[in-house]
Design a protein around this ligand. Sequence first.
Ligand code: T5A
Length: 227
Amino acid sequence: MKGRFISFEGGEGCGKTTHMALLAKRLQAMGVETVLAREPGGTPLCEAIRGMLQFDTGGEPPTPEAEALLFCASRAQLVRNVIRPALERGAWVLCDRFADSTLAYQGYGRGFDLPTLRSMLRFATGGLSPDATFLLEVSAGTRDSRLCVRYGSEIGPDRFEREKDDFHRRVRDGFEHLAMEEPGRIVRISTERPMAETAAEIWATIESRFSDSLPDRAAGAPSPEAT
Ligand code: T5A
């Protein structure tokens, strides 16, 4: 079986974590080794960088330049210590954000030069790119109401969620541009509808593109939403 690398992208609260978990459950039910990763994060060093980027745990907010480099540093570590080894042993890797997030947030959102960022990303990833990327889309209104529910809990909004609407609009436009540039890899999927419908569309895409990397009983596997 060949390992596959699938990333999930989109704005905050679009449902990446939720749909990654559903896809992982489905793959695992078929006996496919599935590794879940998130960016930034996923190793002790990367989790430390995550704290610096989201909640200024380095003792001061990173400058925009340092922010872009820290995302790349975390990615370089995750690729070599987690993603590549998993793919080499034939596992599927599902990653909550990858290089597209840097292009959308630091490129379109913060305004950094895209060719420069792309060359930093090539260095950080060693040229690794996902086999498929699900770009999960929600309206700003739905996003806000989902985040509001979350902030009934103890964790407050992070540095990115506190950015102004205009920043989030540029990020959303950025993701749209990226999807138009690479329609073969980036699949746009709405999460503005019942969860099971989105999950079914994601699974249909996986089955149609990667049947060669799934066990034969794929077609008969029960859907996790149904169990
Ligand atoms: N960043 C990251 C950069 O600037 N550059 C980079 O290079 C990278 C990698 C990381 C932050 O860093 C920035 C972007 C981010 O701001 P993060 O932890 O990845 O932060 O943050 P978020 O994207 O904010 O992650 P979230 O956990 O907030 O969002 P998710 O994972 O998209 O959403 P999820 O699944 O946790 O929550 C969705 C909620 O909606 C409900 C679900 O029950 C859940 O409560 N829901 C639905 N979910 C999916 N589908 C439906 N139909 C749903 N209906 C309701």
